[in-house]
Design a binder for this molecule. Structure first.
Ligand code: FAD
Length: 617
């Protein structure tokens, strides 16, 4: 490796400006509460400057973090070269406090803008970005459920990078089954508790950037009921915090070891031992016992959106790397000269199959990105409308709730597919460490596993989100897509594609009814068998809808572009939007109808097969 690490991260800023100002226009919300300090120029400046920061500071450390990894020295984690300095520069630049409320000296930026910046931060260096992401999420929980004293003691420091933060759920016997957690909490009589137990796989469990790390730990108070209902959430600082905010002595929290992983090696995934000497002092988040899981859920929602962004950001980085390589690498002649051995060699992007892979990647990046932006659009509307138009705010909140499992699971499943295609596009070079895409693939695989595996997301969708509010959120979603269809089915150019969307809409609506009938008739075994595929088909419908909407906007914009060189870049961009929508609808969306047909057969062979029939081993 050269001594000066190079940035290999890239993003297409035109795409972000399109999403923020043309498709989900932020403009009507800017300049009014709660975004009165924000205008379009400020938003554009943030997009450009944060991207520059990511390319200058975080991108060059991505491969360094992957190769060096983290290690434990003297009981403390040492992060890769350059990470502590990058942390300082990140918080000085203010990119991690964009979303922070002005109450904690943050910039209170619109959610849509924050998600765009998060994509750059994460795409440039996913392992590094997790440290700040978890600290932010943990602080949000304290700010939501904590007492006034806790808010003032912890939140500001955690939000401004002075202290780190973690989320500690997993134990060896309690992964997806969080309710099996055995970490215990003993009342000490002064409102404090003594925590005892071991948590595993804790992201950012320690680092060498901050003097303190505030762990949020799920534990069971002595005598509490079994399962998730008996879990309470505790604030467990690695260094105790005095009442005046100064740091006291170290708490009894120790890094047992760090995992040796497939990817995100720059992030320390720790085994944490709490109370080995019986001196791990903690306090409840807020004042109530046995509400830990509800409190964690709040962090889980924002963490799940964050993982969806991780998926799109790494997928996008892999796609744009593969695109650059495909324009440069020459191999073979054009198929039109296939019999002529002297014909000139062409860049591989000229070959139909490479172009297919590139457009497939573009579709599987831009579809999920639009889905995330739609969620953020709803979320910004909740904030803007609350107190002014509560019925509309409730509709938008319902859509946020419904889309969270789609954002988490669909975006991260696509990320793995896109990274695989990016390696394939490179050929052998993609399999080597000389290019970034093999790291992208290794980093991306965890996204479908942590923060609730994608099957947990699918069960959340079919078990909680579809029936939520008596099914009204799902009905409103289907209604929004149906309105788009009726308004655009006679569109001169896109009409035939919109008709395909109508077929998928019908398939998804029918599938939701079938799911309901399985619940009502007690055919529960069909629910988990179908859940992941229902999530996938609903996500495909949503992405196709949003990509077609983008194509509609692009088509109208193309008609207004000046002829000649002047609008060349915009022309290319808008054409890209039309082609990507066409590809998605004709090549990916048919899966929704096909899945509905498959699921209608109610095949139970995966349940019927005896365990010993899988293999004779
Ligand atoms: C790099 C990394 C970072 C992590 N960071 C954190 C962190 O910061 N904090 C934290 O608390 N945890 C963290 N985790 C843990 C992570 O959230 C868990 O690995 C994840 O929730 C899955 O749990 P598990 O690994 O025990 O798998 P299991 O729960 O054993 O699941 C194995 C398989 O069985 C399936 N399965 C399990 N239960 C069911 C069921 N009831 N029905 C159907 N299928 C089921 C799963 O979907 C999966 O396919 C991290 C893990 C890794 C690898």
């Amino acid at each position: 490796m050269s001594s000066t690490p190079q940035n290999r991260y890239k993003a297409d800023l035109r795409e972000f400006k399109f999403l923020l100002f043309e498709q989900f226009p932020l403009q009507p919300m800017l300049g009014t509460a709660p975004y009165e300090a924000w205008g379009q120029d400020e938003c554009s400046m943030v997009v450009e400057e944060s991207y520059k920061f990511c390319c200058d500071v975080l991108g060059p450390l991505n491969a360094v973090g992957d190769r060096e990894g983290c290690r434990v020295e003297g009981g403390r984690v040492k992060t890769p070269t350059g990470f502590p300095d990058a942390w300082k520069r990140l918080y000085e630049a203010g990119w991690k406090t964009l979303a922070t409320s002005p109450e904690y000296d943050g910039q209170g930026a619109p959610h849509m803008l924050t998600l765009a910046v998060e994509e750059f931060l994460c795409g440039a260096n996913p392992a590094f970005n997790m440290y700040g992401g978890l600290a932010h999420g943990a602080a949000e929980v304290i700010s939501h459920f904590g007492t006034a004293r806790q808010k003032s003691l912890y939140c500001r420091n955690m939000l401004h990078g002075v202290w780190g933060g973690t989320m500690c759920l997993t134990e060896p016997q309690a992964g997806s089954d969080v309710g099996s957690a055995r970490t215990s909490a003993k009342r000490l009589g002064d409102g404090k508790y003594a925590i005892s137990g071991t948590k595993i796989f804790i992201s950012g469990g320690d680092q060498d950037f901050t003097d303190n790390v505030v762990h949020l730990v799920l534990a069971r108070v002595e005598g509490a009921p079994p399962g998730t209902k008996g879990l309470s959430l505790f604030i467990v600082p690695a260094v105790r915090v005095n009442e005046d905010g100064s740091l006291g002595e170290r708490n009894d929290v120790n890094v047992g070891s760090i995992e040796h992983k497939m990817g995100i090696n720059g992030n320390a995934t720790c085994v944490l031992n709490f109370g080995e000497e019986g001196k791990c002092v903690a306090e409840l988040v807020g004042e109530a016992e046995n509400v830990g899981i509800q409190q964690m859920f709040m962090l889980m929602n924002s963490a799940r959106i964050g993982v969806g962004i991780q998926g799109v950001s790494v997928a996008s980085a892999a796609y744009l790397s593969a695109l650059e390589y495909a324009k440069d690498r020459k191999q073979g002649a054009s198929i039109t000269n296939w019999k002529d051995p002297t014909a000139p060699r062409v860049p591989i992007i000229e070959h139909a199959d490479v172009r297919r892979m590139l457009l497939e990647m573009k579709a599987r990046v831009e579809g999920p990105r639009a889905l995330i932006m739609k969620l953020a659009y709803h979320s910004d509307n909740v904030r803007s409308l609350k107190g002014k138009d509560d019925a509309s705010a409730a509709y938008h909140q319902g859509q946020v709730d419904l889309l969270v499992p789609l954002v988490k699971a669909y975006s991260t499943d696509q990320a793995w597919k896109v990274c695989e295609l990016a390696i394939q596009t490179y050929g052998g070079a993609g399999y080597t460490r000389d290019y970034p895409v093999e790291q992208c693939a290794r980093d991306a695989k965890i996204f479908s596993i942590y923060e609730g595996t994608n099957h947990i997301q699918a069960m959340d969708l079919v078990g909680r989100k579809l029936p939520q509010n008596g099914g009204a959120n799902m009905q409103a979603f289907l209604g929004d897509v149906a309105r788009f269809i009726s308004e655009n089915e006679r569109h001169e150019k896109l009409g035939p594609l919109v008709k395909e969307l109508a077929g998928a809409h019908e398939a998804v609506a029918g599938m939701a009814m079938r799911m309901l009938s399985w619940f009502q008739s007690g055919r529960m075994q069909m629910v988990p068998l179908a859940a992941n595929r229902v999530l996938e088909m609903m996500s495909e419908l949503c992405c196709a809808w949003l990509l077609l909407d983008a194509a509609r906007i692009a088509d109208a914009a193309l008609a207004k572009l000046p002829a000649g060189e002047g609008g060349a870049a915009d022309r290319a961009f808008y054409l890209g939007k039309i082609h990507v929508a066409t590809y998605f609808v004709k090549n990916i969306l048919p899966n929704a109808k096909h899945t509905a047909e498959v699921l209608a057969k109610e095949d139970t062979s995966a349940i019927d097969i005896p365990v010993e029939a899988f293999a004779a081993t």
